[in-house]
Design a protein around this ligand. Structure first.
Ligand SMILES: [Zn+2]
Length: 148
């Protein structure tokens, strides 16, 4: 198997991590290759989520552990957040050795496109919701240090 592990882009002031990503007009072979590269890179880095900018891409794609499975999220948008939030410590592969208490909505409604190009909508709670909120932040150029 061909494994492509990319170095994780780091640094709170890194412009690659601070750009707002571009929505993908259609799922192509290139999109699927990006997702494979992200999966390999995330496995190597032992993360529970990864956003495309973290391996140097400016496309609106991320991976998140949902229900203990790695789910690729293409063009994810959080369409609803519960008013109830919970504060917990988060780390980030792009900010080694930094832990920050971040408030996150307990429940979210997420819309995204799957690898087959099909629109999906699902409700997520607790840890799953937290991971997705962290990754979607990355796609907007937001990092956990912004919650300090
Ligand atoms: Zn992160």
């Amino acid at each position: 198997m061909n494994v492509s592990v990319f170095p994780i882009v780091t640094g709170a002031d890194n412009p690659i991590l601070r750009q707002k990503t571009r929505t993908i007009p259609a799922v192509t072979k290139k999109t699927l290759k990006l997702i494979e590269d992200m999966k390999d890179s995330m496995a190597e880095a032992k993360g529970v989520g990864l956003a495309a900018p973290q391996i140097g891409s400016n496309l609106r794609v991320c991976l998140a552990y949902i229900n203990e499975k790695i789910v690729p999220l293409i063009n994810p948008v959080i369409v609803h957040k519960s008013k109830e939030t919970v504060i917990d410590e988060e780390g980030c592969l792009s900010l080694p050795k930094i832990w920050i208490k971040v408030p996150r909505a307990v429940e979210i409604t997420l819309r995204y496109t799957d690898e087959k190009g099909k629109p999906q909508e699902r409700k997520l709670q607790n840890f799953d919701a937290r991971v997705v909120q962290h990754e979607v932040d990355h796609l907007e150029g937001v990092l956990i240090v912004d919650y300090k």
